[in-house]
Ligand binder design. Structure first.
Ligand SMILES: [Zn+2]
Length: 187
């Protein structure tokens, strides 16, 4: 069962899909609720946001706040303070930048067509340079600063001080996605 299928089943309008050929229930709704209950509240919110077509702004705000809190904790831990913005607005900007990249993916990298490697190149490796082997198109630094409303910020300063935290958030989001996928796959 795909994660999309799972979330569809949580939607009451799709209740009739629960029955397979001959009216025999394939997987009981309780199985799905069990998988859902095994997720943390953040994982539930994130799964709903990413895999469901219509999600309330409420859920999106909760995800943004959770991400912003991660940034704040990290800033306090490493003693990082924004120079031009308040800490809270910087935390929210980073949360928006990270979330945008998973909500609006750029699709396959044009350099390697999503493969992550370029054939025929041997030195030093055949890893695609456009996407660093990720296979995904990525947002430029300028685009990301625009998304976060940080256009007045020095790009090289952002790349040095804030980009590592942005990457941490992205890694967290992809990890959450993998966890959710694995849970639903177990049903
Ligand atoms: Zn590539």
């Amino acid at each position: 069962m795909s994660i999309q299928g799972f979330v569809t089943k949580l939607n009451p309008r799709a209740a009739s899909l629960q029955f397979g050929v001959g009216g025999v229930p394939e997987v009981d709704w309780r199985d799905y609720c069990g998988a859902w209950a095994a997720l943390t509240p953040f994982q539930q919110d994130y799964a709903e946001l990413i895999f469901r077509d219509s999600t309330s702004q409420h859920v999106r705000l909760r995800v943004l706040n959770w991400l912003a809190n991660q940034v704040k904790d990290e800033c306090l831990r490493i003693g990082l303070k924004p120079r031009q913005k308040s800490l809270i607005s910087m935390c929210l900007a980073l949360a928006k930048i990270a979330l945008h990249q998973v909500e609006h993916r750029k699709g396959a990298c044009p350099g390697c067509k999503g493969l992550g490697v370029v054939k025929g190149r041997s030195i030093p490796s055949n890893t695609c340079r456009s996407c660093n082997g990720a296979g995904q198109g990525s947002y430029t630094l300028v685009e990301r600063l625009q998304i976060g409303g940080l256009t007045g910020i020095d790009p090289s300063g952002y790349a040095k001080r804030w980009e590592p935290i942005e990457r941490m958030l992205l890694a967290e989001l992809y990890q959450t996605e993998a966890v959710c996928g694995a849970k639903f796959g177990e049903v």
